[in-house]
Design a protein around this ligand. Structure first.
Ligand code: NAD
Ligand code: TYD
Length: 352
């Protein structure tokens, strides 16, 4: 048996591919366009592994995808491929529309054609799992209950609007054409192989390099942090047992203000890799201009996934963030290779 994963050279997709092949013997065909966020080094350990078939390609390329579906006859498609960074979507929303909306539409159409050609048990078993975000629900105030699957969609950034649009397409392809889809909406992930444009890896690497630790606005924005391997286990569970047409929220039950996250990272680094001058890493914290339209708080109510499918995260924030810092301290080669010229250009553009 085989599954087709898109975006499997990115942060979450890469972790998903590694975890999948570590725990089961089913082949993964991994289609990824290798944008700035895709990195084959994450998958280095699979180089000689015949169960991993890497294909360099775009989810917008119908011919390529239809040919892959015909050749490999996957029992499922898991769609991670996306432009995923809010700040980049503010600078240039076009790629987000192209990949997240048009690309998902294209993938759905290819999946529909393929699924229509399946028969019997193969047709029954087929699933299209779409990986989405809690950001589609908009922003919460401090008193609001966490997002449930029934919350209204109120996306605020070009990124979240493009993901919301893709979720609507996925929903419609189920209601109109009967395609057996599953959607997961998860909170902020963190862990190994995270590209250092996002808060947690950026802060770890800037701290070690002696650079400022940029906090947008007052640093009191709240995110619900989910260890990436917990997210991967949730996706496997939804793929196994989720009900077609349903959406499942995935969260870590770890609401934290950004400033607290950064202080926690600094404290772990003080312990594991103290600064040469003996000072605390917190001294590198700098408050910078806020992100335009910055959502104040995200929080996920993941009880549906627990009630219906028995999933709960294994990591607390304390255990997950320590593992993450330790991973960055011991993987300098991976880090050196992602911190290339285009990455430095991004840092200059965003932080001056
Ligand atoms: P990422 O940016 O690290 O990786 C995205 C991957 O998709 C990259 O490997 C990239 O090369 C590939 N890609 C981009 N455009 C493509 C295209 N047109 N065709 C094929 N491949 C393409 O993203 P991530 O953090 O791993 O996120 C994966 C998914 O999870 C995304 O859909 C994202 O919206 C969602 N999500 C992420 C988070 C998070 O905290 N990182 C939270 C909620 C939801
Ligand atoms: P990020 O990792 O970009 O994820 P998202 O925007 O999808 O939540 O940002 C997490 C939080 O950290 C968000 O509230 C913005 C904030 N942030 C900073 O304060 N400084 C930074 O340099 C970055 C990248 C993010």
């Amino acid at each position: 048996m085989t599954i087709l994963v898109t975006g499997g050279a990115g942060f979450i997709g890469g972790n998903f591919v590694l975890d999948w092949l570590a725990s089961q013997n089913e082949t993964i065909v991994n289609l990824d366009a290798l944008t700035y966020a895709g990195n084959l080094e994450t998958l280095q350990s699979l180089r000689q592994d015949a169960r991993h078939v890497f294909v360099h390609g775009d989810i917008g390329d119908s011919e390529r995808i239809s040919a892959l579906l015909r050749e490999h006859r996957p029992r499922a498609i898991v769609n991670f491929a996306a432009e995923s960074h809010v700040d980049r979507s503010i600078h240039g929303p076009g790629d987000f529309i192209h990949t997240n909306i048009v690309g998902t539409f294209n993938l759905l159409e290819c999946a529909r054609e393929y699924w229509n050609g399946l028969e019997g048990g193969e047709r029954e078993a087929f699933r299209f799992l779409h990986v989405s975000t809690d950001e589609v629900y908009g922003s919460l105030s401090a008193e609001d209950p966490p997002f449930a699957e029934t919350n209204r969609y109120e996306p605020n950034s070009p990124y979240s609007a493009s993901k919301a649009a893709s979720d609507h397409l996925v929903r419609a392809w189920h209601h109109t054409y009967g395609l057996p889809v599953l959607t997961t909406n998860c909170s902020n992930n963190y862990g190994p192989y995270h590209f250092p444009e996002k808060l947690i890896p950026l802060v770890i690497l800037n701290a070690l390099a002696g650079r400022p630790l940029p906090i947008y606005g007052d640093g009191q924005q709240v995110r619900d942090w989910l260890y990436v391997k917990d997210h991967c286990s949730a996706i496997r569970r939804v793929l196994d047992a989720g009900r077609p047409g349903e959406t499942y929220n995935v969260g870590g039950w770890n609401e934290k203000a950004n400033l607290d996250v950064v202080r926690t990272i600094c404290a772990i680094l003080d312990e594991l890799r103290p600064r040469d001058d003996g000072k605390a890493y917190q001294e590198q914290i700098r408050f910078v201009d806020d992100r335009p339209g910055h959502d104040r708080r995200y929080a996920i109510d993941a009880r549906k996934l627990e009630r219906e499918l028995g999933w709960r995260p294994a990591e607390t924030f304390d255990s997950g963030i320590r593992k993450t810092v330790e991973w960055y301290l011991s993987n300098s080669k991976w880090i050196a290779h992602v911190s290339d010229g285009s990455y430095r250009d991004w840092l200059n553009k965003q932080y001056g």
